[in-house]
Design a protein around this ligand. Sequence first.
Ligand code: PHE
Length: 452
Amino acid sequence: MTTQSNTRGFTSNIGAILAAAGGAVGLGNIWRFPYTLGNNGGGAFLLVYVFFVLLIGIPLMMTEFIIGRRSQKDPIGAYRTLAPKHKGWMLIGIFNILGALLIYAFYSVVAGWTLNYVVLSCGNQLGGCDSATIAQKFAEFTQGSFWPLFYQFLFLVLTAAVVFMGVQKGIEKMSKILMPALFILLILMCVRSLTLGDGVRNGLNFLFKPDFSKIDGHCLLSALGQSFFSLSIGMGAMVTYGSYIRKEDKLFNSSLWIAGCDSLVAILAGVVIFPAVFAFGMSPAAGPELVYIVLPNVFNSMPGGAIFAVVFFLLLTIAALTSTISLLEILVATLVEEFHWKRSVAAVVSSLVVFTVGAFCTLSFGPLKDVQIHGFTIFDLFDRLTASYLMPIGALAMTIFLGWFFPKAEVRDELSNGGTLKVKAFDVYYFILRYVAPIALIIILVSGLIGK
Ligand code: PHE
């Protein structure tokens, strides 16, 4: 074991799984998944989504872990180390870093909203409000300038503070308590949503009953993008975390656990949200604000809802935080290892750059609403561009590297922990890596582009 992985690596297998699951489970599951599913017609999207997680998501998560753990490096250093004579592959790492920056820029906007909701629910300010008032308050908040920027900034500071303090132990420990807590609360909220009476059947039908006519190029691309976004694939996040995983841990099993938790949380979020959407007479295609308008209604209809609201938004903030930590960690690990910056300086400078870019995303709900590029606001553009294009393209490049350039024997060696494990499904994995994933990615990217 290298000294590097001793000082900065995860201390246990469960710690690694929880930290990576913490990075994966976040706003992508509870905020982005329901609204993207709502925009893409419901059940058919879910089916395609699950299919992509199983067929491409899990193998690609393993691929990132292999690249990270084999090289023991940040995304740029990883490609340099694994392909020392072909510097061009480092471009994948650079591409990853830029993508992570863009994701963090718009992700921090929504994370800021969550923080604002913690404050609102502490003062029970949405308690007793009807749907229209909740929607109006949300619009007033997001269309402003100062407060949304303030909360976004606060979130960036919070993340930087944790990353700066040296996350591993804190995050490992925190994740062990908070992730299960979020899970239990989601189950409680499912029970509430499923007993709302009117609308439950429609909500569940919307979520689980596929209407196959809804599957087109756009739906495929959105489902693929969502699965990558949710599993944090294609942006070097799992390469970075993979470099922290101990050599004796099983990458295959860990990937299954992480993807399983991640998908379960997304589906539970759907079970909470869609019955409520129909029960309260809202539109499932409301877009990014969906969750922030629906959930307060659910809380208002629950006994003790005011308390649940505080706890829930707090946990959502923490789920978002474990993800923003993984995003910032990609940038910081690179600056520290490639450019020998101090960790503290790297955390502060990266966060400031993200805030500068992210402010445009925040303001695109208010003062910059009319700035549209191809019909998208800046926020929507970042959201779509990263999930639907940058992540799949990053992933495609990665599959070509590991499947076609890097020696197969080394891939097998890493996945089997130096031959000490029997990886029965290796041939299946390798086939997906070499053929299925890249071909599927190319077809979906092209059909999504044509379908637009
Ligand atoms: N997977 C995270 C979520 O679902 C978002 C994320 C994407 C984090 C890419 C890191 C890298 O919230």
